[in-house]
Design a protein around this ligand. Structure first.
Ligand code: 3H9
Length: 706
């Protein structure tokens, strides 16, 4: 028998004495207004129906509930509010049980915590990941979780936002039972029957006693506050979480809920919440490149890598880590041995940290195979070339691949700048050639630029996205141009940084300002880490085609001429005393900069940190706009994801284009026009930026159009 009215997204069905309440709101049962209404109505119905002795809440599909509906944030609130729904569930006079499978995250776990008993099946993921969206659990999570599992465990869970499996959730006391059959409904119903049979009382989490040792709880808060202040790097919500948990200890439940609500609303209003939620959706949107919608990926069982240098070895590790076999090609035995050694070094590092053992390493290395003959690639489904960055060297490799690879094998180049159309044109099946631009270290960095040359076939693009999935990388579709999305934009804001350095800012001030903005590192630290020789080689390569009228700052060249390539040579922009990885400012570098200023006839001037960031970001945003305008990036969000995953852009700002929207495009354009008074050639406003400002539109308006 069905009690009416069920809603589309929340159905009710009486199973004996148990009201089965099923949330069915694809794809992840997010708690939209309809779902909240349906849940509330179900609880009301249960309380009003004497035939109902207990309520069982389950989720349809692959998850219990993924949390609040993130798409509603930033819009006018719709009743009923989730905290009220949770309070109503907890207040229900009938026994309420949550049966959890898949994700019970954020508001999803908060619903479960408001229930009186909880069972989860193997494979369930429980957590309060709101912090990753710039929020805190706002439906009682900061008040009920510590009451249930203690302040320390609650803080660990909420501040980290990590997921706990069913077994751990049981050990923590977050749930009461783990079901092993895999059938969440059967497990849930059996558990409710058992509770009814044993006359289990209605048991409310608000009355749980895990905070009864007040002194220990407050000590946990003090420790968490100190650690969070140290680690949260400019993030707003982590310390608010600590405040909310402190309120759980010090205040009665209802007052604690009020404190939580107030703190939640502060987080909700923060630009960080907007930036982080933009990042959440953007990283999912980039997966939906047009080719992935209609083309089927080719097979990806065996992969070849040409080149065993830093990039080739890093790519090989990424592939091995995905459980796939790798065939590595090098020109001679010594180079091959070096390639293998690079790979082993990564795994030995993990062994030293206790994250791998020798046996597992041996298992992994079984999937590695090396050869000095291209013929070993005859059976490979996909080959990634990672040799020296020179078009003739690359073309020679592709000629070999053309000769040995089977029909339909995908031929990929890891070039970071070179013309992939030209490489493709040099082989007999240009439709099989694609760019896969990994970032160093390739086994760690998440970004993968999928560079799409003119003649490539759609299923090859789809295969590249499939590979990214297997390697757990974040792919961004990019068009062919010098530097693709990331390095092209980087070259421009690096020039802006160089110009500021020559005009009077020290590299140390620029780095500090960029770090204070939220980047992990400043541009000159990045040069020192990557090796100054790499950029130097590129500058020399481009010298012939550089516009002679364009400003060219020579300071970095002066350092490279001295062999100061950064960390690996012990000095670059910074000094690295005795192999240290932490650079210290170098007075000799400052003297070289002074000499260069004199040579260029520049009277140094003062920059505030704000001046620095306005120029740095305007350069980045303007070139980002050009990249979108020219179709190199599909949308502004593709530029954002590139910078979040490949260039250490602070996630809480959402990426450069989202940041531009936050500041306001008219402000960015006005800055560019002001800077253009000094250097009109460099500061040329992007036609896209001008157009958007004229139309009163923003970058976000272009994010729907891929
Ligand atoms: C919260 O709960 C606040 C409360 O404390 C207080 C409120 C007052 N809403 O990731 P997938 C979409 S904050 C809306 O590819 P998977 C997603 O965009 C929330 N949509 O699947 C995608 O859409 P599309 C705390 C959502 O299987 C589709 O679902 N919760 C939401 O790899 C599939 O997603 C979280 O932070 C949502 N909450 O992973 C959990 N979640 O198909 C966030 C997903 O159009 N979610 N979508 O691209 C996740 O971590 C993962 O989605 C999950 C599934 C693990 C659940």
């Amino acid at each position: 028998m069905t009690l009416t009215p069920s809603t589309d997204v929340v159905t009710r069905e009486l199973r004996g004495k148990v009201l089965l309440v099923t949330l069915d709101h694809a794809p992840v049962n997010a708690l939209s207004a309809d779902v909240r209404r349906g849940l509330l109505a179900a609880i009301e119905a249960a309380d009003n129906d004497p035939a109902v002795k207990a309520v069982l809440i389950v989720g349809a599909g692959r998850n219990f509930i993924a949390g609040a509906d993130i798409r509603e944030f930033g819009k006018p609130p719709l009743p009923p509010a989730l905290p009220d729904v949770c309070n109503r569930i907890e207040a229900c006079a009938k026994l309420v049980v949550a049966a959890i499978h898949g994700a019970a995250l954020g508001g999803g776990l908060e619903v479960a915590l408001a229930a009186h008993y909880r069972i989860a099946v193997d494979g369930a993921k429980l957590g309060l990941p709101e912090v990753q969206l710039g929020l805190l659990p706002g439906a009682g999570g900061t008040q009920r979780t510590p009451r249930l599992i203690g302040a320390q465990a609650a803080l660990d869970l909420i501040v980290s936002g990590r997921h706990a499996g069913a077994k751990e959730a049981l050990a923590l006391g977050l749930i009461d039972r783990v079901g092993h059959s895999g059938d969440v409904l059967a497990e849930g119903l059996a558990y409710v029957q058992e509770l009814l049979a044993s006359h289990a009382p209605v048991r409310r989490t608000r009355d749980a006693l895990a905070l009864s040792d007040r002194a220990a709880s407050l000590a946990a808060v003090a420790t968490a506050r100190a650690e969070t202040a140290k680690k949260s790097r400019g993030l707003f919500s982590p310390l608010k979480i600590v405040d909310a948990v402190q309120a759980a200890i010090e205040q009665p439940f209802d007052e604690g809920l009020r404190v939580e609500r107030n703190l939640f609303l502060q987080c909700l209003d923060s630009p960080q919440r907007a930036g982080l939620i933009h990042a959440f959706f953007a990283e999912r949107e980039v997966l939906k490149a047009p080719e992935t919608r209609h083309a089927t990926p080719r097979a990806l069982n065996t992969i070849g890598v040409v080149g065993g240098g830093t990039m080739g070895a890093g790519i090989a590790v990424a592939i091995l880590d995905a459980g796939l076999p790798v065939t590595m090609i090098e020109r001679d035995d010594a180079s091959l041995a070096r390639g293998r050694a690079h790979i082993e070094k990564v795994y030995d590092g993990l062994i030293a940290k206790g994250r791998l053992n020798a046996e597992k390493k041996a298992d992994i290395m079984m999937r590695w195979q090396g050869s000095t003959s291209y013929d070993a690639l005859a059976g490979s489904d996909l080959v990634i070339e990672a040799v020296f960055e020179d078009i003739d060297v690359k073309k020679a490799v592709f000629a070999e691949l053309d000769r040995v690879c089977k029909k339909g094998a995908v031929l990929a180049t890891n070039t970071s700048y070179l013309d992939i159309d030209a490489i493709a044109a040099s082989v007999s099946h240009p439709q099989d050639v694609i760019g896969l631009h990994f970032f160093s270290p390739a086994n760690i960095m998440k970004l993968l630029e999928v560079v799409v040359p003119k003649q490539v076939s759609a299923d090859v693009v789809a295969t590249a996205f499939e590979l990214a999935k297997k390697l757990r990388k974040t792919p961004v579709r990019a068009g062919v141009c010098d530097g693709f999305i990331g390095n092209r934009v980087l070259a421009v804001y690096r020039s802006a940084a160089d110009a500021m350095m020559e005009d009077g800012a020290s590299p140390y001030q620029i780095d500090a300002a960029v770090r204070a903005f939220g980047f992990a590192m400043g541009p000159f630290q990045v040069v020192d880490l990557a090796g100054g020789d790499i950029g130097w080689a590129t500058r020399k390569r481009r010298a012939a085609t550089r516009n002679p009228a364009a400003r060219y700052v020579q300071i970095a060249d002066r350092l490279c001429e001295r062999g100061w390539f950064g960390q690996k040579t012990g000095r670059g922009f910074y000094l690295y005393p005795e192999g240290s990885r932490h650079g210290v400012p170098d007075p000799e570098v400052e003297a070289i900069i002074d000499t260069e200023r004199t040579r260029a006839g520049i009277a140094p001037r003062t920059f505030t940190d704000d001046d620095i960031m306005r120029r740095y970001m305007a350069a980045m945003i303007n070139e980002g706009a050009n990249v979108v305008h020219e179709g190199i990036a599909l949308r502004p969000l593709d530029v954002d994801v590139t910078f979040l995953y490949g260039y250490g852009f602070p996630r809480y700002r959402g990426g450069p284009m989202k940041y531009a929207d936050t500041v306001g495009l008219p402000t960015i354009l006005a800055d560019i026009r002001e800077f253009a008074k000094e250097d009109p050639l460099f500061w040329k406003a992007s036609p896209l930026l001008i157009d958007l400002v004229e139309r009163g539109a923003d970058f976000a308006s272009l994010n729907q159009t891929a």
